[in-house]
Design a protein around this ligand. Structure first.
Ligand code: BG6
Length: 488
């Protein structure tokens, strides 16, 4: 792709996502040589601004990612065009700038990426004007879109119908940044490149799996958005279910190779495992909402949140996958804001060693494999060994693959998830993007649960900002068979 002309258009260029993620990621691609001085990056949004004013706005978000010279030469590629989200004339003026630039390039093919950093209510308007005036006539056009992809099955289907009337599925790249994180990318390598793991990756050896997402901050001024969605839609239906399906899917026919069909193998398997989910049992769900403490405000103290809000900021949901590999294994998903720590991890508990009290006169704990997504990427296995020395007791220790120690050279330069995913878009690799049928299936899993919450069939349990969340969550987690071996 690097030999052909390329323009990236960031729609919603003055918004938060563009400033915090899209532009810094494009800048990283530039400093690592995947974008060059011949590329053009065009910001598009409603506010009127000159190119230089736009560059001044963007500069502070780039400086920590490269040298001053790199920042300035990157900013020279960045231009700006203003216009409404349904204004075909303004979009066509932006397209004219791209064409003028493309005409100066030696390549006869000019490719375009449109990055939608905009709220979902204008998705289809923008799509329509791009279709009308913005498509490349000589090369490919690809469109990156962000969640939310609907709020339930019905609204997803509506959005999908509207979008697919405009763009064909092959040009739509639905981004879920959790798929771009190093440890998510690593899941398939870990499973399928290790003969000591894949054979035990099933109900015969695994007793439970817990995927936890914990944040030590609240909604931080995003209460208005958050209250419309809640923790289940905000992180479970997208980020965590994506991680879970990669964890639980059957081996895809093929991972790597040439051709766009390669990425479909992984996505096919993800869809299949989603189809095997049993309906969520309401007594296997705990929901909570945070209260303030001395320092931090409670959820409802956010002025943008209604006083009678019943939106969960914490949830534990147990999933059951009804297929030969996973029958009987609880998949516990736990997510919450305003908790005691920030951490995302997958914790796999294996069955206990047989007859341990007979052999060792003690109850030997089960092995546990932990994949820590963040912070501090790591894989570690809780392993039982003889206590060193004259004792014959068993002690549990860790086989530890902490990335900061094991990969010292690369650790500090691990790419941001968005950088990885934008590069995949340029390469045309869709394996880490979400296909429409994956969303369809995952909404089928979540919609009945979300409806019961809206019908007020749940008690929302208050928990204190900075705590571990409601105690009832731990009770549920233990009831379904997970054993705490520490406090996490
Ligand atoms: C976003 C959610 O999609 O993901 C946020 O809307 C959440 O509420 C964020 O904080 C978490 O992403 P990360 O990469 O910081 O773990």
């Amino acid at each position: 792709f690097m030999k052909e002309a390329l323009s990236v258009v960031v729609i919603g260029a003055s918004g938060d996502l563009a400033k915090k993620k899209t532009y810094p990621s494009l800048f990283s691609l530039y400093t690592s040589g995947f974008l060059s001085d011949s590329n053009m990056i065009c910001g598009y949004a409603r506010s009127k601004m000159s190119d230089d004013e736009f560059r001044d706005k963007m500069r502070p978000f780039l400086i920590k990612h490269g040298s001053d010279d790199q920042v300035e030469s990157f900013l020279r590629l960045c231009i700006y065009s203003s216009g409404g989200y349904d204004d075909a004339k303004a979009m066509s003026a932006a397209a004219a700038k791209l064409e003028a630039h493309e005409a100066q390039q030696t390549s006869s093919k000019a490719n375009r990426v449109y990055y939608f950093a905009i709220p979902p209510n204008v998705f289809t308007d923008v799509a329509a004007i791009i279709k009308e005036v913005g498509m490349s006539t000589t090369g490919w056009t690809r469109v990156i879109v962000e969640k939310p992809f609907g709020k339930d099955s019905e609204s997803f289907e509506q959005l999908d119908r509207d979008m697919s009337a405009i763009f064909t599925e092959d040009i739509v790249y639905r981004i879920d940044h959790y798929l771009g994180k190093e440890m998510t990318q690593n899941l398939s390598s870990l499973r399928f490149a290790n003969t000591f793991l894949e054979p035990i990756w099933n109900r015969n050896h695994i007793s439970s799996v817990m995927i936890s997402f914990k944040e030590d901050f609240g909604t931080q001024g995003r209460g208005g958005y958050f209250d419309q969605y809640g923790i289940i839609r905000d992180v479970m239906q997208n980020h965590l279910i994506q991680v879970l399906t990669l964890f639980a899917m059957e081996p895809p026919t093929k991972f790597a190779g040439e051709g766009s069909e390669i990425s479909e193998h992984v996505r096919d398997e993800k869809v299949k495992v989603l189809r095997a989910f049993d309906p969520v049992q309401l007594d296997e769900v705990v929901l909570g909402q945070y209260l303030g403490n001395e320092k931090e405000p409670g959820y409802k103290e956010d002025k943008t949140v209604p006083d009678d809000s019943v939106t969960p900021t914490y949830a534990v949901v147990v999933f059951r996958i009804n297929n030969p590999r996973w029958d009987g294994v609880p998949f516990i998903m736990r997510a919450g804001k305003a908790l005691n720590e920030r951490k995302t991890e997958i914790r796999i508990q294996f069955k206990r060693p047989p007859a341990s009290t007979f052999m060792f006169e003690t109850d030997v704990p089960a092995n546990e494999l932990v994949v820590r997504v963040q912070p501090g990427e790591a894989i570690y296995m809780k392993t039982n060994v003889k206590e060193p020395g004259l004792s014959n007791d068993i002690v549990t220790t860790e086989l530890d693959l902490s990335y900061n120690k094991r990969f010292q050279d690369t650790y500090s330069q691990l790419p941001d998830a968005y950088t990885r995913l934008i590069l995949d878009t340029l390469r045309g690799d869709k394996s880490s993007f979400v296909r429409d049928d994956e969303l369809r299936e995952s909404w089928k899993v979540f919609t009945p649960l979300l409806k019961s919450i809206e019908d007020k069939r749940f008690k929302l349990i208050p928990y204190e900002y900075g705590s571990r969340g409601p105690e009832q969550a731990d009770e549920l987690i233990m009831r379904v068979g997970f054993k705490y071996t520490g406090t996490y």
